[in-house]
Design a protein around this ligand. Structure first.
Ligand code: FNR
Ligand code: 536
Length: 362
């Protein structure tokens, strides 16, 4: 029997809970540093909207801070106030009209907060130059261009930040987001709790594995309780710190199991970002093995991300069951119409949809 026709591929829809993605291609969350006191702007409408028109199945809006202090830069997106809801809702209506599922990534930058925008140097901002005091599990600076020492969080700080994630979740729901991702990667707050290299706590949030994963598991449970059962919940992990003695893929696999038990549907598999001086062996699809192992060993859905640029490679990842979704970052910045061109390249011409306005272009 020829099983090829039933094999999932890049243009096969994916249903997660009550949400249907028209294909397996997602826009990876990417900070635009273009918000107005946290509020999305016309930039976001055009940036995200173009990629919905371009055929993406899922669009995950950038790291969106649950509190002002959780922003990486003053230009970061935020969701700490009700005034942030309508600008996101406006964008989400447009994304849905053009067939994409609107998602959002909730974040707190921990010790990497209070930085300048990348095009303004990316260094930590002094408190008298638009910066603010930072928080982390332990008072260890990132170093290099981010020298500021964070204040170690008290248990009251931890409870407050967790409540801020819950409040952000409620606002994301009000704004019509249909896919929620918790940012627990790239050296930001939640990742700082996970890794023994940044978490030197001696209370119940540090030390043992169970203690280091407690912040994320508790946050996930609180978020899942207010995020409707019909909607998917994802978590982005840095699956390894690429450093001996740090967080690694074995710990990520066990965490994925526990997150699945808390109602998480998909692990978005990234890596790195915790430390300033680590060499990462980047190459095309270099993080796919993390998505593949977590998927195979836990049965949870996964997203692969990182230097995936060619349609053939993206399709291979889905066909061979290495991940359920592929997320593209920089390639989507270069080419908003990537899904439409990929459909043509892979011979799925009937699936290559385009807006009526552009119908003669394809
Ligand atoms: C990113 N990345 C990122 N990751 C994340 O989890 N939240 C974010 O807000 C951002 N912001 C961001 C901004 C910009 C300008 C870039 C280039 C990247 C990481 C991104 O989502 C992705 O994981 C990496 O870029 C690797 O994928 P690509 O770019 O190789 O496809
Ligand atoms: C890439 N970046 C991730 C960001 C914003 C800055 C750029 C984020 O997650 N908010 C990155 C990828 C992998 C590791 C570290 C940083």
């Amino acid at each position: 029997m020829n099983n090829k026709s039933v094999q999932p591929h890049l243009f096969q829809p994916l249903i997660v809970r009550s949400v249907r993605l028209r294909n397996r291609i997602g826009v990876s969350p990417m900070c635009q540093y273009s918000s107005d006191d946290g509020a999305a702007t016309d930039w976001h409408l055009v940036h995200l909207g173009a990629r919905a028109v371009g055929g993406a199945g899922l669009i995950i809006a950038e790291a969106t801070a649950v509190s002002p202090e959780g922003r990486i830069t003053p230009g970061d997106a935020g969701i700490w106030a009700d005034k942030h809801i309508e600008p996101i809702a406006r964008i989400n209506r447009f994304l849905r009209q053009h067939g994409a599922v609107p998602g959002i990534q909730l974040a707190h930058a921990g010790r990497k907060a209070s930085s300048a925008r990348p095009w303004e140097g990316h260094n930590h901002l002094a408190d008298n130059a638009g910066g603010w005091p930072t928080l982390a599990p332990s008072p260890l600076p990132f170093g290099g261009e981010l020298p500021k020492a964070p204040r170690a969080m008290t248990e009251a700080d931890i409870a407050r930040v967790q409540n801020e994630f819950v409040a952000g979740t409620r606002r994301a729901l009000s704004a019509g987001c249909e896919w929620l991702e918790l940012h627990s990667a790239h050296g930001y707050l939640s990742h700082e709790f996970l890794s023994p290299l940044t978490n030197h706590r001696t209370d119940r949030y540090g030390g043992s594995y169970d203690n280091r994963v407690r912040f994320l598991l508790e946050t996930t449970r609180a978020v899942r309780a207010v995020w409707p059962e019909r909607l998917p919940l994802a978590v982005r992990l840095s699956c390894t710190d690429w450093t001996p003695g740090g967080w690694d893929i074995e710990q990520s696999i066990e965490l994925a199991r526990r997150l699945k038990a808390e109602g998480v549907d998909l692990i978005d598999c990234s890596s790195g970002g915790l430390l300033s001086d680590v060499r990462i062996p980047t190459a095309p699809s270099y993080q796919v093995p993390f998505a593949e192992r977590i998927r195979r060993e836990t049965g949870i859905l996964t997203a692969a991300v990182g230097l995936i640029t060619s349609p053939v490679n993206a399709d291979e990842i889905v066909r061979n069951g290495r991940a359920d979704v592929v997320l593209l970052g920089r390639e989507f910045l270069r080419e908003p119409y990537w899904p439409l061109h990929a459909a043509q390249n892979l011979g799925h011409t009937t699936l290559a949809s385009s807006p009526n306005q552009y119908a003669r272009a394809w």
